[in-house]
Design a binder for this molecule. Sequence first.
Ligand code: HEC
Length: 143
Amino acid sequence: MQVRVLVLALSLTVSLSAGCTQQSTSTNNGAKPTPSAAATPDAFAAARGIYAKDCQECHGTDGAGGRVKIDDGTRLSVPSLREGHALRHPNSEFVKQITEGGDGMPAFKDKLNQAQIDELINFIRHEFQGGVTPPPEKDMKMK
Ligand code: HEC
């Protein structure tokens, strides 16, 4: 069983790379192949969904924030999740901000459970901060 799958995968690889060689003169040359969903399972699928629905309108698709106008017309200056304070704040500060909100951000304690919040923070650390090790918890100053 396993051997057959391997053979299949090998012949697939061979035919794929043959296809690439033939295409090398086309204008598509250099385009990144789209990875198949099975090859790269998205560990952050759930968090990504929540972020898109609940966070993105303010924090932006890439977490860069900036000046945004929200539904009720309020203009907000949203700090980047990619740099600055966000890199210096330990996970506990993120938890607090997401749970309780404040300074223009709504509270999510009635909407998200602890596991979802932890996953969102993981997602932020990996996607927006390049997988940094979060700062130690002893620094409890917010600003
Ligand atoms: C209505 C706009 C808005 C929405 C929606 C929103 N935020 Fe925020 N968020 C803000 C603002 C504004 C701040 C800065 C608050 C401050 O100055 O203390 C902030 C701060 C944060 C911080 C703290 C960053 C730091 O530097 O420590 C985190 C983490 C965060 N938001 C995550 C989220 C997540 C996750 C969601 C979705 C579940 C979300 N936010 C939804 C506006 C928003």
